[in-house]
Design a protein around this ligand. Structure first.
Ligand code: UDP
Length: 403
């Protein structure tokens, strides 16, 4: 079972005792988290660690998943894209199915908690189907800086009922939302199989098991096959890198159950990789395996994150924690984590050549980024570990329940 005390060596006793102290005022408070998937993507990743730790320090924290059909997730994926700025054909059918799913779920999901935390858009309308007896918080992990106006207005109808909105970045604050908006940046858990230390021997063994050859250096992007993560752009970068250095590209993207577009994007990437003459050097992986992700992030010569939009980018945090050089887009939550040339490298997403040149430089001289890797790890230790979000949630629950 996950325990806060397991993190003593990583964050130090002062941080740990600070958290126990914060929990004292809210023992036994019943808090319910609701999102739409238990695996795949950053939200599930955080809740997997956060929910047990909240319980360990004395909060009664629950976690439920709203059941959705394929149709619903098709619609909510369109909503997700439109919140990040895409156009959308917002028909009544889409709205009705979305609202109906929430109403159905509310019928057999009894809520008698002291505080409810709703994650992302899928369960957002739930609030309309309960007699409100407690504070409700909407925690949005998406980049909200330029949402589609029509959809935003539809969403506001629900959001206005909430007591607080949590976002990942100052830049996502909405001026037209007369509700308290609090910034809580996402985090990683250093004690999960995805982030635990691995020996060189184990890394080699794990990579072999999943068919990743280690005879040449490789660069990696680990991300859902999603257009905002731009895997096709990563293949472009790789082509330029490969002209200078013999290496491989690994694109690893599990399929999240609430992300129906994954397979289409995956097929496109596969086609593009095929058109490339040395296509054996591009390795596509869709299996969901945390140890594999860990091994890839540790052994990669370079980790790329070429997103064109990125709510936060936990894959960046994970690679920084592992002291692997990261070259990433200067978008969304990524610049909160990477200080250019200090603990990683930032380029504008369209600057394929910039990405490629930097990757070539590192591949040719891996020692160059050793110091940078150390700084990256310390930065994550200070700002983006699970203990920090645990502390932020304790503050949130205290504020919401008036303790
Ligand atoms: N992830 C994974 N396997 C994959 C792709 C992604 O385990 O094949 C994990 C990744 O390690 C990270 C999370 O899914 O923990 C993705 O979070 P991020 O914030 O980067 O992006 P999101 O998917 O939430 O947009």
């Amino acid at each position: 079972m996950k325990k806060l005390s397991d993190y003593r060596e990583i964050v130090g006793d002062k941080v740990i005792s600070g958290i126990y102290r914060k929990a004292r005022g809210i023992y036994g408070k019943r808090v319910l988290n609701i999102n739409s998937t238990y695996m795949g993507g950053g939200v599930a990743e955080i809740l997997n660690s956060l929910a047990p730790l909240l319980n360990d320090v004395g909060v009664d924290a629950g976690w439920r998943i709203i059941r959705g059909t394929e149709d619903l997730f098709n619609i909510t994926k369109k909503f997700h894209n439109a919140l990040q700025g895409d156009p959308i054909n917002l028909t009544d059918i889409k709205k009705e199915l979305y609202i109906q799913t929430n109403e159905d779920f509310s019928q057999y999901t009894h809520i008698n908690h002291d505080c409810v935390i709703i994650h992302d858009p899928q369960p957002l309308p739930l609030i309309s189907f309960y007699k409100k007896r407690q504070p409700w918080v909407w925690r949005c992990h998406i980049d909200l800086s330029r949402p589609n106006e029509e959809l935003w207005d539809f969403f506001k109808g629900f959001i206005l009922r909430y007591d607080m909105v949590i976002i990942s970045n100052e830049k996502y604050k909405k001026k037209d939302l007369p509700i308290e908006q609090r910034i809580i940046a996402p985090v990683i858990d250093p004690l999960t199989p995805k982030n635990l230390d691995l020996s060189d021997k184990d890394i080699s063994k794990d990579l072999k098991k999943f068919g990743v050859p280690t005879d040449k250096p490789f660069i990696t992007q680990i991300s859902r096959f999603d257009k905002w993560k731009d895997p096709l752009g990563v293949v472009e970068i790789f082509k330029l890198v490969k002209e200078e250095v013999d290496c491989r590209l690994v694109l690893c993207g599990s399929m999240a159950s609430d992300d129906p577009e994954g397979i289409q994007i995956y097929e496109k990437v596969k086609e593009k990789a095929k058109s490339y003459t040395n296509n054996g050097d591009i390795i596509l992986i869709t299996s969901e395996n945390n140890v594999l992700v860990n091994a890839l992030q540790r052994r990669s010569a370079v980790v790329i994150q070429k997103s064109t939009k990125e709510g936060f980018g936990l894959t960046v945090t994970e690679a920084l924690w592992k002291e692997t050089p990261v070259i990433a887009s200067n978008v969304g939550g990524i610049p909160l984590q990477i200080k250019n040339e200090n603990n990683g490298f930032l380029f504008e997403p369209q600057d394929i050549e910039g990405f490629a040149k930097k990757a070539i430089e590192i591949l040719n001289n891996p020692d160059l980024s050793k110091e940078l890797g150390k700084r990256a790890k310390e930065y994550v230790r200070k700002k983006f570990l699970i203990t920090r979000i645990l502390s932020d949630y304790l503050d949130l629950i205290s504020d919401m329940t008036g303790c």
